[in-house]
Design a protein around this ligand. Structure first.
Ligand code: NAD
Ligand code: MG
Length: 353
């Protein structure tokens, strides 16, 4: 029996995880946490808000599924890595913000970091433990979101409702906006850098509107391995929770004879500036990725609240990145300070846009 803690259990990923755990006799839900919604009776150990590491201390899980949204997921990520407890990571923001600290904690703790993000789960499976020197590059696919093909002028007054209508995935509001701006692919680029130890110039992003190919790895011998499937998060969630078992799921296999075609195109980095800004922040390193994430969280909340236009999200992030110093964090306190400083700057910018 694997004892699972699900953090963010009331969210999109959390609810799908409950379905996977409920259907698998070898997985047991021992702990569950939400940000504010009640979850009584769901598991032996439950917690609403507060310090999630206390819940993890009490519950002693074998696997932590971190499906909290945003920087709030960071203490749980570091707790699992430091304690050598397997971490099934959906909360990409924590790895982006604290990449260097997280990688160091993973080394010390000696547990496993199993990506839940579909592209990274796909890449993890294609890589299958092969050393990075056999890899020429990793390709992350992006659906392009609901605004693919639009010009900047056409995006000037899009509403939150329009941005929340994702063409291929049904997800929580924050990541859905990130998918519309391509900030999500920017976060995923940084996530891939830390997960797989690849420099940024060996992580490519390509737009693939139907989200059937989740990732592709180009190896040095000229072979490329890709991971395909209909877009359904139950596949990567199940893979990470039951690793390395690969149990069956209710997700149907690909219908090839029905006429499956695969189309790819380059992302429009001029219109969707956040992808380029994320790459720049990743390459600069230090706490620039933390500042990118913090400013983006602030700007997305402002957009969803009606206080910032869609194109203002990238403006706030760009101006925040121009104002922070990006000094590397020596420890969690430094990182929390860098996050707070970037949030303060971003809030000021957002109020002016
Ligand atoms: P969501 O908004 O649907 O759910 C978020 C969950 O986090 C909720 O249960 C909420 O109560 C909880 N939460 C928020 N703040 C909290 C706090 N301070 N303490 C404890 N719990 C808190 O979000 P989601 O779409 O499920 O996404 C969760 C994470 O997974 C995000 O990091 C997202 O980027 C990542 N992710 C999601 C998908 C997807 O398909 N939804 C795909 C890939 C990655
Ligand atoms: Mg993803």
């Amino acid at each position: 029996m694997k004892r699972i803690a699900v953090l963010g259990v009331t969210g999109s990923i959390g609810r799908q995880a409950l379905e996977i755990i409920g259907a698998h006799p070898g997985l047991e839900l021992v702990a569950a946490a939400s940000g504010s919604q009640p979850i009584d009776g769901l598991a032996e150990h439950v917690q609403v808000g507060g310090d999630l590491t206390e819940l993890l201390e009490r519950a002693e899980p074998d696997v932590v599924l971190n499906a909290v949204v945003g920087f709030a997921g960071l203490p749980a990520t570091l707790w699992a890595l430091e304690h050598g407890v397997d971490l099934a990571l959906a909360n990409k923001e924590s790895l982006v913000a604290a990449g260097d600290l997280a990688v160091a904690a993973l080394r010390r703790g000696g547990g496993r970091l199993l990506p839940v993000d579909s592209e990274h789960s796909a890449a993890f499976q294609c890589l299958d433990g092969r050393p990075s020197e056999t890899v020429d590059s990793l390709v992350l696919t992006a659906s392009g979101g609901p605004f693919r093909g639009r010009t900047r002028e056409e995006l000037a007054d899009v509403t939150a409702e329009q941005a929340l209508a994702h063409p291929t995935w049904s997800m929580g509001p924050k990541i859905t906006i990130d998918s519309a701006t391509l900030a999500n692919k920017g976060l995923e680029l940084i996530e891939a850098h830390f997960l797989f130890g690849l420099p940024y110039d060996r992580v490519e992003v390509v737009v693939h509107p139907t989200s059937v190919v989740h990732a592709l790895v180009r190896f040095r011998d000229g072979a490329s391995l890709a991971h395909l499937g209909y877009p359904d998060m139950r596949v990567p969630i199940s893979y990470a929770l039951a690793y390395p078992e690969r149990p069956s799921t209710p997700v149907r296999g690909l219908d090839l004879a029905g006429g499956l075609t695969l189309a790819f195109e380059a992302p429009d980095l001029e219109t969707f500036r956040l992808l380029a800004l994320a790459r720049e922040a990743g390459e600069r390193g230090g706490t620039y990725p933390c500042a990118f994430n913090a400013a983006n969280e602030v700007a997305v909340a402002a957009f969803l609240g009606g206080g910032l236009p869609f194109l203002g999200i990238a403006e706030v992030v760009e101006e925040t990145l121009g104002a922070v110093d990006g000094t590397p964090a020596r420890d969690l306190d430094d990182l929390v300070d860098a996050d707070a400083e970037a949030r303060r700057l971003a809030e000021r910018r957002a109020a002016l846009v």
